[in-house]
Design a protein around this ligand. Structure first.
Ligand code: ADP
Ligand code: MG
Ligand code: ZN
Length: 728
């Protein structure tokens, strides 16, 4: 077919409005479509939601024959095909979900020329009996959607994507259109190389999402911060991303308990529950979906107002993709990430079973996340730079722009940094450059003779971390650049060489300070009751009943179910281990622990159980600084009102803190305060109530005792007394 003939032959505007019902093309669509119709190889890099699908669907419709559409996810394919069928276009899937007869029918219809688009997964593409069929079919062209899957530098690498070109070559001389929303220069070059489309016309649009506000907060007291953040956005749609299924369940439950309409979503759920939760979210029966990253691919809900990364993302691509699901309607989307260095290090541990090169890649991607998070440079600038885009001004719409850190001007240091790269022949990564500029004569630096260079120690006056931050900022200024082929190596750009001839002042800022996270403490597995040893759990409960009868105490006073769940998970056999269980202090362990420890010991022996090696860190419950303060004030017999005043707390806050302290096992003697606060008879009645009740719920107590006679404060404080005296 002649090129000119094709171009003249189609009225793509007519198809756009008649088939799709759109009045005009968006962004680069028209040019892209023409390029495909002219049978040129095409690479499209546009953000999610930009309308990439149309770029192959429309040509597929107007061209003769069937186009092959390669797409990674069966669920996504089905969506697209349903959508196209609804528009009256004959599109089909060919994948492993079809029965033999179904797939035969699809093939027959295709060969009869009835099918315009055939969606296939790369696995199916490679199948022997399909190859013959494709040859007979002689497709009009091939579209490779989500083409970043080719690259291990993208966010969902698919090894099968690597074989696409080889297989297509076997089918015939077909031209390609590859599409992706991942635009780092490295991924781009991988796609081009892998699909052998060096001649492709590249269409790349800006990745700036103006309406997204980026914010990163230290991951401290993250749950509290989260609930506050969500409550301030009551009734709005949002997504909270977590790493693990367990965390997803936990946070969803936590939000629910706190009155938020939230649901979990992860791959471990029953598929009907998952679909239900997703639908409820789309239909707005639910405001917040708490999800692993499995959620969101192909989801098109335009009014998602916030996206929270409760755990750090594993790469900046993932971060961009996931945050990109916010604000599709052009209104504000708030993107909040909770960051702690320790957290990211945990992610690194997840990679420990991967192959060496893959592990190294994952580490470099994580390094970028750390730098991005800790940096005080405009988030948008950094993010877009990462995607190979130069963004001139600070954006004014991110946390770093809103709350800028003090800046300082530098010229000499910039010159030294660029010269250091030059003098070392552009063959080193950032850490080596830091050592060199800082004047660290480590064996590596010495072995290259870099301690002899005049840039050795040129930035010695700056803290090591700041030297790193400055190098990264010089990269963002575009005076240095990262090598695409050999990841991690830094080179001097043309602008950098020009700068050396004619240096000028540049402004820099220090990194943000992220205090060492206390997330470890908050992060102890809050046992959901799913992972524990049920048999042991029941034995412990039985033992509790026996002990309670013996001591004439209500069972819950001894230990509570969540503590048994935890015991039935970590199998403590010594006092030291027992006090590590949430809610068990020294006092309680000594008073009640022994029979339970004996039981667990025997159980372990009888059943040959290997206990988890890691001992859990104890949760302090209350912020430990406050905890010490409160305990010392109560020791001094300070009035509670006084303590509130000193801290600017309400009585409610203080009592909650006191309860946490008490529940985590510390005895508190409030008698001096209670004497004046409540009359003795009432005190006795409340105390007796707890002695005889089934649970320590304050609500139940108020119901039972009558809330017209007893205030909540009274009940709560006497409960503290009761727990301190009897249970701790
Ligand atoms: P991408 O694959 O780039 O993430 P899609 O192809 O899924 O994006 O398109 C996103 C949305 O934009 C879809 O709802 C699609 O119907 C719509 N869309 C695409 N092109 C146009 C257009 N020219 N006019 C109006 N809406 C469009
Ligand atoms: Mg798409
Ligand atoms: Zn900014």
């Amino acid at each position: 077919m002649e090129v000119s003939e094709v171009k003249v032959g189609y009225d793509i505007h007519k198809t756009l409005s008649e088939v799709f019902g759109y009045h005009q093309f968006r962004g680069g669509q028209e040019k892209i479509i023409n390029n495909v119709l002219e049978k040129n190889n095409t690479l499209v890099i546009m953000p999610t939601g930009a309308g990439k699908s149309l770029c192959y669907q429309l040509p597929a419709i107007v061209m003769e024959g069937t186009a092959l559409i390669i797409s990674p996810l069966i669920a996504l394919m089905k969506n697209q095909v349903d959508f196209l069928n609804a528009y009256g276009i004959n599109a089909r899937v060919l994948n492993s979900t079809l029965s033999k007869s179904e797939s035969n029918r699809v093939k027959r219809e295709s060969l009869e020329g009835k099918v315009k688009m055939l969606y296939i997964a790369p696995e199916s593409l490679a199948k022997e009996d399909n190859i013959d069929f494709f040859k007979k079919l002689n497709p009009s062209f091939v579209a490779v959607d989500e083409a970043h899957c080719i690259s291990e530098w993208g966010h969902d690498f698919r090894p099968e994507y690597r074989r696409i070109k080889e297989i297509i070559k076997g089918i015939g001389d077909l031209h390609l259109i590859a599409l992706t929303a991942t635009a780092t220069p490295k991924v781009e070059s991988d796609i081009i190389k892998n699909l052998q489309m060096e001649d492709a016309t590249i269409f790349k649009s800006s990745f700036n999402r103006e309406n997204l506000f980026y914010e990163i907060r230290p991951k401290k007291g993250a749950k509290k911060q989260l609930i506050k953040f969500v409550r301030e956005r009551q009734g709005q749609s949002g997504i909270v991303y977590c790493w693990s299924r367990k965390k997803v369940e936990e946070i969803a439950e936590f939000l629910k308990v706190n009155g938020v309409k939230a649901r979990p979503y992860h791959a471990g759920m029953e598929s009907k529950d998952r679909v239900q939760n997703q639908d409820d979210f789309l239909n707005e029966n639910v405001d917040v979906i708490v999800a692993t990253i499995a959620f969101g691919m192909g989801i098109d809900k335009p009014d998602i107002r916030f996206v929270v990364h409760y755990d750090a993302p594993k790469s900046l691509e993932s971060y961009y993709q996931e945050t990109g699901r916010g604000g599709r309607d052009g209104l504000e989307g708030h993107c909040l990430m909770f960051y702690s260095y320790n957290d990211v290090m945990k992610l690194e541990k997840f990679n420990k079973d991967k192959a060496v090169s893959e592990k190294e890649n994952a580490r470099i991607l994580l390094e970028e996340v750390i730098q991005f998070s800790e940096s005080s440079v405009c988030r948008r600038k950094t993010l877009l730079h990462y995607f190979g885009e130069h963004f001139e001004k600070d954006c004014g719409f991110c946390d770093n722009c809103k709350y800028p850190k003090e800046e300082f001007e530098e010229t000499e240091a910039v010159v030294s940094i660029i010269r250091a790269v030059e003098q070392t022949d552009e063959r080193f990564g950032i850490q080596h450059l830091i050592n060199l500029l800082k004047g660290n004569a480590n064996s590596y630096v010495v072995s290259y003779g870099h301690d002899k260079l005049d840039t050795f120690g040129a930035c010695a006056e700056f803290e090591e971390e700041l030297v790193g931050a400055m190098i990264r900022q010089v990269l963002i200024y575009g005076l240095l650049e990262k090598d695409i082929e050999t990841v991690g190596l830094i080179k001097v750009s043309d602008a950098g060489r020009a700068y050396l001839k004619n240096p000028y002042e540049l402004s820099f800022s220090k990194n943000r300070e992220f205090p060492d996270s206390d997330e470890e403490v908050e992060d102890i597995p809050v046992l959901s009751g799913k992972g524990h040893d049920k048999v042991l759990f029941d034995l412990l409960k039985k033992e509790r009943k026996d002990q309670a009868d013996k001591l004439d105490l209500p069972p819950y006073v001894i230990f509570q179910d969540p503590q048994f769940e935890e015991m039935a998970t970590v199998y403590p056999t010594t006092f030291d281990e027992l006090v590590l269980i949430n809610g068990i202090g020294q006092g309680k362990a000594r008073k009640f622990g022994q029979p339970f420890l004996d039981l667990i010991k025997k159980y372990i022996e009888d059943n040959d159980i290997i206990t988890p090696g890691d001992v859990l860190v104890k949760s302090s419950g209350a912020n430990s600084k406050n905890k010490i303060f409160i305990i010392s004030q109560i020791d001094k017999m300070a009035d509670l009102e006084e303590i509130c005043e000193m801290k600017g707390w309400t009585m409610e806050t203080l009592i909650t803190e006191i309860e946490n302290i008490c529940l985590s096992g510390t005895k508190l003697n409030l008698d001096y305060y209670l004497e004046d606060f409540i009359d003795e008879d009432k005190e006795d009645e409340i105390f007796d109530y707890f002695m005889n009740s089934e649970s320590d719920s304050v609500e139940d107590a108020l119901d039972e005792l009558g809330d017209d006679h007893y205030s909540e404060e009274e009940v709560r404080l006497i409960r503290v007394k009761f727990l301190s005296e009897v249970a701790n």
